[in-house]
Ligand binder design. Sequence first.
Ligand SMILES: *Cc1c(COP(=O)(O)O)cnc(C)c1O
Length: 416
Amino acid sequence: MTSSIWHPFHQHGLDEPIPLVSHAEGAALYTSDGRRIIDAISSWWVTTHGHCHPRIMAAICEQTEQLDQLIFAGWTHQPAEDLADELVRIMPRPLDHVFFSDSGSTSVEVALKMALGYFANREEDRHCILVLEHSYHGDTIGAMSVGARGVFNRAYAPLLFDVEAIPFPTPGAEQATLDALERACARGDTAAFIVEPLILGAGGMMIYSPRVLAEMRAICSAHGVLFIADEVMTAWGRTGTLLACEQASIVPDLLCLSKGLTGGSLPLAVTMATPAVFAAHYSTDRAKQFFHSSSYTANPIACAAANANLAIWREEPVFERISRLAERQAAGLEQLSIHPAITNPRQLGTIIAVDVAATESGYLSELGPRLKAAFTALGILLRPLGNSVYVMPPYCIDEIDLGRIHESIIHVADEL
Ligand SMILES: *Cc1c(COP(=O)(O)O)cnc(C)c1O
């Protein structure tokens, strides 16, 4: 089949097959040629409760009969009002202000602009941004600037702004991270530190301890450096708690949410901010307002989907499903870890990851695409990060499908 579509993160020159999916339900995707594929990565980390959740789909249908889209600069609508109220209610205090956008990358751009605006409006000369080594925050220019540099952004490097990378807190070597952060914060020109709390997703599912996260937050607080938590991947129960930050008992100054915000059904994001960040932009002077908008900010249909998602969290035993999934993942990981070709087994909440023995490593290693093709042939959607294979399924996945995912990894490791 020829198509004019240019796919993301895809090398068309390799002629790899592109499956056509016609429908989905729960943890399963169905291709137009009749195959059932288990979605082991929640369609790139977005689907939380399962595909086509009836309550979310119904809320979307209902909203389409009321209001489709509205300018959001100086206008409002009930789905956004309800969503903001509920987010403020369930997210930790004092994240009292909700700014809408439409993707994880944009929620990060918004957080960075708010941090810079905060200091500019207070007439403090702070503009340096600190990042954690190996991080990923999205693919727009600002989000790439605060992410790890590599083959994925080498061509665009001239456009990326300078940041200072703090070494990843490798277990056992955490003090080096804290010392570097302390030094950078003490300099006085630092505006903000952006982190993926507890686990670096695209960086290869690299896990670090809640204690370090708490200490990093404390260092930033002590120096008046804004702490930005990018929970685009980690929120909505992935790590076992609603937010990963909860496990360190910390509250960031700015919180980025997207992916699971609508249960994974429609694009929507928010950046939540403390009263201090909001207050720095609050004035009778229009020049101090926050200068950011995109056309689809707080799209009513996406907000309705998010409200339905939050109702599921309120009314259904989501945390029970999450702990059951985490237990089954732990049992599967134990099986995987005894395989001679499998190393570095790790788990955080519902996420497990392993490395498969490879002579080559890195994102462009030939192994990744070979593994991906082998899993697809077994009816499993898995997309390894180089030689790291991770499983992050929707919470509705049953024991049989999860078992098949774990078995397929063992099968593929056997072949190596
Ligand atoms: C996926 C991701 C993003 C980017 O989100 P998009 O919606 O793809 O723009 C940002 N930060 C983290 C931690 C992510 O995992």
